[in-house]
Ligand binder design. Structure first.
Ligand SMILES: [Mg+2]
Length: 255
C-alpha cells in the first residue's frame, strides 16, 4: 500500500497518462510519421540540400530503414536514438551534412514530429488534477516520457499551458536511455532534488510496462492508469496487487 502522507514526488508519463490521441492506433502514429518525414524532406529540397527527386526518394528510404532498425534495437538495450541524431546520421551517410547549418538541424525534428504534435490532447481532467496537486505543499511533480524529441514534449505541454505545473520535464531523448531502464528513473529523482532514501515516497503514474516495471525496479511506488486501447506487441505487467486507476483525477484520492 502507498503511504499517502509521506509522498514527496509524483512522476507522470506523458502519452496516455496526461495526454491522448483521438482514435489511437499504430496506423495513425505511422501516418503522422510518414507525413512528417515528407515535410522534412520537402524542407531540405526547398533549401537545395536534397537536389533531385531521386535523392529525396533515397533519403526517405534510408530514413525508414534506419528507423525500423532503431525500433528493434531500442527494445533490447533501452538506448534512445533522438530524431535529431537520426537526421544527422542519414545526412552524413549521404554527404549532405556540410551544407546544413544549426537552424536546419533544429528544424528537421520539429517538422518530423509536427503532425504527431497536433494530435496530442490532454485528458479532460489533466489540467484540474495538476492544479490540485500543485497546491500540495512540498510535493514535486515531473513528466518522464520515452520520446525521441524533447522539444515536442515541451511544446505540447506549453500549448496547453501545463508546463507551469512541473518541476522537471525529462525525456529519453534528453537523457539517452528509455524507460524501463532504471537509470532514467534515478536521473529524474536526482533532478527533482529528492534523496535516494526517499525513493519509496515517490509515485510513478503511467500506462504501460516500461513505466510500471521500470519504476518498480527503481524502488518507486506505482500507479497504473488503465487505457482502453491496447497497442500491438504490448508487454503484460507481471505484478499482482498494483494500484490501478481509470482516470488521472483518481490520483488525488491517493495523495
Ligand atoms: Mg504512456
Amino acid at each position: 500500500m502507498i503511504e499517502i502522507s509521506k509522498i514527496k514526488g509524483l512522476i507522470f508519463d506523458f502519452g496516455f497518462t496526461l495526454f491522448y490521441f483521438e482514435e489511437a492506433s499504430l496506423k495513425k502514429y505511422i501516418n503522422c510519421y510518414q507525413k512528417g518525414l515528407q515535410k522534412s524532406v520537402d524542407f531540405l529540397f526547398r533549401r537545395n540540400i536534397l537536389k533531385t527527386e531521386s535523392i529525396k526518394k533515397e533519403f526517405i528510404n534510408k530514413f525508414n530503414r534506419m528507423q525500423n532498425e532503431i525500433f528493434k534495437e531500442r527494445n533490447k538495450g533501452h538506448q534512445e536514438y533522438p530524431t535529431r541524431t537520426l537526421f544527422r546520421r542519414i545526412c552524413r551517410s549521404m554527404n549532405l551534412d556540410e551544407d546544413i547549418n544549426e537552424e536546419v538541424w533544429e528544424e528537421l525534428p520539429n517538422l518530423f514530429h509536427s503532425f504527431e504534435e497536433e494530435e496530442w490532447i490532454p485528458f479532460e481532467n489533466t489540467h484540474n488534477t495538476l492544479t490540485q496537486l500543485k497546491k500540495v505543499p512540498h510535493l514535486k511533480l515531473a513528466v518522464l516520457s520515452n520520446h525521441p524529441h524533447h522539444t515536442m514534449i515541451e511544446q505540447v505541454l506549453n500549448r496547453y499551458n501545463l508546463s507551469q505545473f512541473f518541476d522537471e520535464i525529462i525525456t529519453s531523448a534528453e537523457y539517452g536511455m528509455r524507460k524501463p531502464h532504471i537509470d532514467i528513473f534515478d536521473y529524474t529523482i536526482k533532478k527533482l532534488g529528492i534523496k535516494k532514501e526517499d525513493k519509496k515516497n515517490i509515485i510513478m503514474c503511467g500506462d504501460e510496462y516500461a513505466d510500471i516495471m521500470g519504476a518498480h525496479r527503481a524502488g518507486l511506488q506505482i500507479v497504473l492508469i488503465e487505457r482502453e486501447y491496447k497497442f500491438p506487441y504490448e508487454k503484460d505487467i507481471p505484478l499482482k496487487d498494483i494500484c490501478r486507476i481509470k482516470d488521472i483525477s483518481e490520483i488525488l484520492n491517493l495523495i
